[in-house]
Ligand binder design. Structure first.
Ligand SMILES: Cc1cc2nc3c(=O)[nH]c(=O)nc-3n(C[C@H](O)[C@H](O)[C@H](O)COP(=O)(O)OP(=O)(O)OC[C@H]3O[C@@H](n4cnc5c(N)ncnc54)[C@H](O)[C@@H]3O)c2cc1C
Length: 302
């Protein structure tokens, strides 16, 4: 059976939630489809310090929890379902999840991003169970290698959930992260970093992973990660922080062809990180979601 909805919001991160709450305040009844926990990617942030209203910062996990509470407080309908296909037929959107199909007049697209997996590292089949793209699934006490040199790499490292011993490996000459994050990493005895170091391959070892490296002379690798073989290190887990891309792979090709027209008409409204801009932050996504909702309801007030 196909269920009919007025507005469907895909994603309950900061963008989808800001849109849903504003629509709720307007007396509308959107349905939010969320594949995981409401709150979104910010759950992995160590400490959010640039969201106005939290002068002392707020741990990402706590902010994600509050985002979920915000949806509850406004009694927004949230279905824990993953959108696997989004099409457009006979003037309405078709939204498919493993639980069934719904139609909608308007879709707010706020699914954020997924890791870009073009990291160029050869990973053996058995090693893949210990590869991560976020903090989820890293066990307490683990030794973790984080590949990347930007804000996300350094922020993941600072999060206590990243492991008991952490090594950040970057290909470039120096870190690209905020100097504030780099300074905090330098102060931590738990975290080390080595730049000018390229990971070429990852395979399963006796009790974890073995990474083969190509490193420039002078790259410091702490003892805990070293194996007996030069240019090899070991780790319990490898976390890739090598970039993200819009999570809109579920959009049908037929819809992609008319996407521009639907966006112009305000029927399909992308909000937040999915827009693919360079500036991906909570405040921007929340503002984007709010704006999407206000644009949709503007005409109702006239
Ligand atoms: C390590 C790290 C640290 C960060 N630190 C900061 C910081 O300090 N300050 C800051 O402002 N920002 C920070 N960010 C960025 C911030 O988390 C994002 O910009 C923000 O969460 C984007 O919000 P969004 O709603 O656009 O997308 P997301 O937060 O990604 O939310 C998208 C939601 O959609 C859901 N979804 C995706 N696909 C589907 C589907 N097919 N079906 C149903 N649901 C789906 C997801 O499960 C998710 O809940 C950090 C990010 C990371 C990774």
């Amino acid at each position: 059976m196909t269920r009919e909805e007025g507005i469907i919001i895909i994603g309950a991160g900061p963008a989808g939630t800001a849109a849903a709450v504003q629509l709720g305040r307007e007396g509308l009844d959107p349905l939010v489809l969320e594949k995981g926990e409401p709150g979104g990617l910010v759950r992995d942030a160590n400490m959010v310090e640039n969201y106005p209203g939290f002068p002392r910062g707020i741990p990402g996990k706590e902010l994600a929890g509050l985002i979920g509470e915000h949806l509850e407080r406004f009694q927004i309908r949230v279905a824990r379902e993953k959108v696997i296909w989004l099409g457009f037929r006979e003037g309405r959107f078709l939204v498919k999840t493993p639980d069934g199909t719904r139609t909608a007049g308007i879709v707010i697209l706020a699914p954020g991003t997924v890791p870009a997996q073009d990291h160029g590292v050869e990973i053996s089949g058995e090693a893949r169970v210990r590869i991560r793209f976020g903090l989820n699934g890293i066990t307490t006490g683990a030794s973790t290698v984080i590949i990347g040199a930007g804000d996300a790499a350094f922020d993941y490292a600072l999060n206590p959930s990243s492991g008991e011993r952490v090594l950040i490996l970057g290909r470039g000459k120096k870190p690209r992260a905020l100097s504030l994050l780099v300074d905090r990493v330098k102060e931590s005895s738990r975290i080390h970093y080595s730049m000018n170091t390229q990971v070429e391959g990852i395979r399963a070892g006796e009790d974890g992973l073995v990474l083969s490296l190509k490193k420039a002379a002078g790259s410091e690798i702490p003892g805990i990660f070293r194996t007996a073989v030069p240019d090899e290190i070991r780790a319990g887990f490898v976390l890739f922080a090598t970039g993200r891309k819009p999570a809109d792979g579920f959009i049908a090709r037929e819809l992609m062809e008319i996407r521009g027209v639907l966006e112009e008409r305000g029927r399909l409204v992308p909000a937040g990180d999915v827009r693919g801009g360079m500036c991906r932050q909570v405040a921007i996504s929340a503002g984007d979601g709010l704006r999407a909702a206000m644009m949709l309801t503007r005409s109702r007030r006239k």
